[in-house]
Design a protein around this ligand. Structure first.
Ligand code: FUB
Length: 495
């Protein structure tokens, strides 16, 4: 089998969410947070970077850890996790890393300054530089200094950040006197003023920076009016800025949380108007998929768009482990029309591959782009404990870590888009568990099954095979389990 790119496109045991792809030289680098496999809170790892040659997106290389949370002088027991970073090249040619620190489950993440580290190369060892500051050297903490991204617009440096927490967060604030005191002090406002005027702290914010990459020029301000109506897709978090020809594209995660949206302006610092949704990690909005029938468990997503070798892509993250704390980098091709519109990308198993996956060979089952029992939850900042199908892992002494889809029960649908077949094949599934029944295989969910594979309870992995009646060409492959008990799926093969 030729080398191919799947979704997730990094090794299946790697968890880099909040991805900001950037091209430096002839490679694309992915900067992001670092979740643990089966982690119990966000961003438990140090920043680890991968890169690939711009002309071969199947060839991702682990560059290694570029920066450790312990390098941040403010790292403390309360705020020891580094959240969603971004990297920009300064006018001096050096690479500047912007990030903020948080505690468990995001607590404390809204109250610190934005921190900066620097390095001479894009994936070398970054050193702490300082916090984003006012001209008098004091930390700049205007609005919520969260999810920073930096952008060098032909020599002018802009920093974007912020959050627009939902109104119920005000209740949390109202009931947490310590957090409330911090916010009151920062904004020099009474609790009543803060609770009644959230625009004083919320929103998508821009600050221009001096060439030192630390000092704020003028006053940070909103790039979208706080009261702007984006039809439910208003800004929530995950600021990212890109230039597309002569327009500025602000990419962000909306109030829906599972989607990346874009807003467009002629200017980098004002007048952004709503564009649309670019991608949803539940595929909500594509082909009639709604929140009630999301195609995956959903939660946060965060990412950006980038043009690589003449093709635009959206980078985003998906969820695993029934949790929002083990998120993986995915990407899909997108088109930006001459009038600056982006049609929502469908989520696939083959985003960076430049076309369908070969309909032969063995694939990890976890590259499924759809995993649903018809009632998948939305779970930002949480782990679920009720049963539903999910990507997970298990470690055994003396054996490689196994990754598979677990808790597959009667009616579970697992989907792969797309495979290209040039001849009739057999399909094989590697399964184990209590499942007693069959997997039906479809290429069209409204059509007849093209194969059926019987499975029986088995404590260890068993491979079952059957011929698949399929025409030459490109097809999705959908598996639907019908039976009793729960089963797990490790591999899917065609031969
Ligand atoms: O990764 C931690 C937080 O989750 C990020 O800061 C948010 O954007 C969300 O993705």
């Amino acid at each position: 089998m030729n080398k191919q790119a799947f979704n997730p496109f990094l090794p299946v045991g790697e968890y880099i969410p909040d991805g900001e792809p950037h091209i430096f030289g002839d490679r694309v680098y992915l900067y992001g947070s670092h979740d643990n496999e089966g982690g119990w809170t966000f961003c438990m790892g140090d920043y680890t970077v991968y890169s690939a040659p711009v002309n071969d997106l199947t060839d991702w290389r682990r560059e290694g850890v570029i920066y450790r949370a312990a390098q941040d002088p403010d790292s403390s027991t309360e705020r020891r996790y580094m959240y969603a970073p971004d990297v920009v090249q300064g006018n001096d040619g050096r690479y500047y890393l912007y990030y903020c620190m948080s505690g468990e489950f995001g607590f404390g993440g809204y109250y610190g300054p934005i921190q900066v580290a620097v390095c001479d190369s894009p994936a070398g060892q970054f050193e702490y530089l300082g916090y984003v500051r006012w001209p008098d050297g004091t930390p700049m903490k205007k609005y919520v200094c969260f999810d920073p991204c930096a952008f060098n617009d032909n020599g002018r440096i802009y920093l974007y950040y912020g959050t627009q927490y939902p109104d119920e967060s005000n209740e949390i604030l109202a009931n947490d006197s310590e957090q409330m005191s911090e916010v009151m002090e920062r904004y020099d406002k009474t609790a009543e003023e803060i609770l009644s005027t959230p625009e004083n702290v919320n929103g998508a914010i821009v600050a221009e920076l001096e060439d030192d990459m630390l000092t704020v020029k003028g006053q940070p301000h909103h790039i979208i009016p706080y009261e702007a109506d984006f039809g439910g897709h208003e800004f929530f978090e995950a600021s990212s800025m890109r230039k597309v020809r002569d327009k500025y594209f602000f990419v962000y995660s909306s109030q829906y949380n599972h989607e990346l949206c874009y807003a467009v302006s002629d200017y980098p610092d004002r007048d952004f108007t709503f564009g649309g949704t670019i991608v949803s990690n539940g595929d909500i909005g594509v082909n009639g998929v709604t929140e009630d029938c999301r195609m995956n468990m959903t939660g946060t997503t965060h990412g950006s768009i980038i043009e690589i070798n003449g093709q635009w892509y959206v980078f985003y993250h998906r969820l695993t482990h029934k949790s929002d704390y083990s998120r993986q980098a995915c990407a899909e091709p997108i088109e930006i029309t001459p009038d600056y519109r982006i049609k929502q990308a469908e989520i696939t198993s083959c985003g960076l591959n430049g076309g369908p996956l070969e309909g032969k060979g063995t694939y990890p089952a976890v590259i499924a782009c759809y995993i649903t029992n018809g009632n998948m939850p939305h779970g930002a900042n949480k782990i679920f404990d009720h049963s539903f199908p999910n990507v997970t892992h298990e470690t055994f002494p003396g054996r490689d870590t196994e990754r598979f889809i677990a808790e597959i029960s009667d009616g579970t649908l697992i989907g792969y888009k797309y495979f290209s077949f040039d001849e009739p094949v057999n399909i094989s599934l590697t399964v184990r568990g209590e499942g007693d029944g069959k997997f039906l295989v479809f290429t069209d969910l409204k059509g007849e099954a093209v194969s059926e594979l019987e499975i029986a309870p088995a404590a260890d992995w068993q491979t079952v095979s059957a011929p698949i009646s399929i025409s030459a060409g490109t097809h999705p492959i959908y598996l639907i389990y019908r039976g009793t008990g729960m089963t797990a799926l490790k591999d899917i093969s065609f031969e």
